[in-house]
Design a protein around this ligand. Structure first.
Ligand SMILES: C[S@@+](CC[C@H](N)C(=O)[O-])C[C@H]1O[C@@H](n2cnc3c(N)ncnc32)[C@H](O)[C@@H]1O
Length: 494
């Protein structure tokens, strides 16, 4: 869905607007294409790149919070600001709009804290425009989005949503020179998960398939012997990509298009489940307090959610809000995991989420995801009978919090600039050295490239991601090695 028509109208420079002061948005990347030509990228990719001449750059520089819109209009209003011929007035009427997000008009500065609260609000407005809705988007919205609206896989994880595993799909300084999938596989080796008992692996919601590819490259031939890698995804184009990469990587693999909330698999048929950044895509339910208090849901789906809460004796506290979002899909998924895992089987689930309070919607272009409420999810896991362990993702992967990476907003800007130049630029988590290596001669022409520590929420919110490790008790304990032709292959870390 695209922004509403109202957002396309240029801003009226009324008397009231003229009295406001103007600030350039922070963290802007500008590209100098020629001695008298600079490029700016509006936030909305559907808008063309803005090309400026020296006068346009002076207008940009003048947005310093000291001048009023009236003064800017008087100085630049009738002047041509770039090779495309638009006047200063044209730019002033558009740049403060959410779709452009290039400047801010206000009575007070645009930032009130180091993360720029008002800047975030503008971004939120843009996202709500993209998603065409506010707040909760209904129970079926996510499965329908995945089933019907994703028709091609190319660029999805660059433009619609990005994931930690996508940002780190190539070897990265942040991950000690490894990819995300390889590091995950190493951690699972340290946990003793690649022993002879692991034969049937199921990856749920594998996106483009990089985790499958990278796990394969980490495991030794002995560790991979006899393993089968099943991919299951609701989105057909992604499943094709997963199977392609899994087979290229040498997996004995198979795939099925299905909703993970109802796994089409036999009981006790799987040894290991990998579910990376998929839980927030599963069915949310917006429950009302009276439904929980009376144990009566307003419809069958709500009744199912209320029944789970009651059966699990989920402690929701005394200050239940009048309305709240409950992660029904992730709980259904857990109960399916319990069914399909063999005794002794394990699962690793990674997703962003919270431990206290109530799940909130997270707006992305075209769809809305929902934070995982991990206290509830862990309660459900234990109630089902799982043994669980729980870590913040960076801690699980042992990521140094102070490594600095290119701001994701800057990465998107550079991608657009590169597209304008006919070059490709994959969205990844670049350290400064990696950016120089990738862009070479372009770097000095990019003004304003900036870096955040990986722990800084302004970068990606990496510390919001959690790892839930589950084990279904009852496995027979066997030695941590397998034997081939008289040789013993141990499963412990390298
Ligand atoms: C945010 S993407 C994560 C992709 C990949 N694991 C990664 O880390 O880049 C979510 C993935 O889960 C899939 N998915 C979403 N809802 C699903 C569901 N209910 N059942 C199965 N797969 C689902 C999507 O098609 C997509 O492949």
């Amino acid at each position: 869905m695209k922004p509403t028509a109202a957002l396309h109208e240029p801003l009226q420079l009324t008397e009231e607007v003229l009295t406001l002061r103007a600030w350039r948005m922070p963290d802007m990347v500008v590209y100098q294409h020629a001695p008298d030509e600079w490029w700016l990228t509006p936030l909305d990719d559907d808008l063309p790149i803005i090309r400026l001449n020296q006068v346009g750059v002076e207008l940009l520089a003048a947005l310093d919070g000291h001048v009023t819109v009236a003064a800017l209009l008087e100085r630049f209003g009738n002047r041509v600001c770039g090779p495309d011929g638009q006047s200063g007035r044209w730019h002033l009427e558009r740049w403060p709009q959410p779709r452009y997000s290039l400047c801010y008009f206000g009575a007070q500065p645009p930032t009130t804290n180091q993360h720029g609260a008002k800047w975030d609000l503008l971004l939120q407005q843009v996202r709500e425009g993209w998603s065409g809705n506010q707040g909760f988007e209904g129970e079926k919205h996510l499965s329908e989005f995945h089933l019907r609206e994703i028709t091609k896989r190319e660029s999805h994880f660059d433009t619609i949503e990005t994931t930690v595993s996508h940002l780190f799909r190539e070897p990265s300084e942040v991950l000690q020179g490894l990819t995300y999938g390889r590091l995950l596989a190493r951690r699972m080796r340290q946990l003793g998960w690649w022993g002879s008992r692991t034969q049937q692996i199921l990856e749920v919601g594998g996106g483009l398939g990089y985790v499958a590819r990278e796990i394969a490259s980490e495991l030794s031939p002995a560790e991979r012997q006899g393993l089968r890698y099943l991919c299951l995804d609701i989105t057909k184009p992604f499943l094709h990509s997963q199977l392609g990469l899994a087979r290229e990587a040498g997996w004995n693999s198979g795939g099925m298009q299905a909703n993970a909330e109802w796994l089409p698999l036999r009981d006790a048929s799987i040894d290991l489940v990998i579910d990376n950044e998929n839980l927030a895509d599963m069915t949310p339910v917006q429950l009302q307090r009276d439904e929980v208090k009376s144990n009566r849901g307003h419809n069958p789906l709500h009744q199912e959610a209320v029944d789970w809460i009651r059966r699990m004796r989920l402690p929701l506290g005394n200050d239940l809000p009048a309305e709240f979002i409950f992660n029904l899909g992730p709980i259904r998924f857990l109960s399916e995991l319990w069914r399909v895992l063999r005794p002794g089987g394990r699962a690793i689930l990674v997703e962003f989420g919270i431990e206290d309070g109530w799940s909130a919607p997270v707006k992305l272009p075209g769809h809305t995801e929902y934070e995982v409420q991990y206290t509830h999810l862990r309660h459900a896991a234990r109630w089902l009978g799982f043994k669980d362990e729980y870590y913040p993702l960076p801690k699980f992967l042992v990521i140094r919090p102070d490594t600095r990476v290119l701001c994701t907003g800057a990465a998107y800007t550079i991608q657009r600039i590169c597209a304008g130049l006919g070059r490709s630029f994959p969205i990844r988590a670049y350290t400064e050295a990696e950016l120089h290596h990738t862009l070479g001669d372009l770097v000095p022409k990019l003004l304003g490239c900036h870096y955040h520590e990986v722990s800084d929420p302004a970068w990606f919110g990496l510390w919001d991601f959690k790892v839930l490790l589950l084990e279904k008790p009852g496995g027979v304990s066997r030695p941590a090695f397998s034997e081939t032709k008289g040789f013993r292959w141990y499963a412990h870390g390298r």
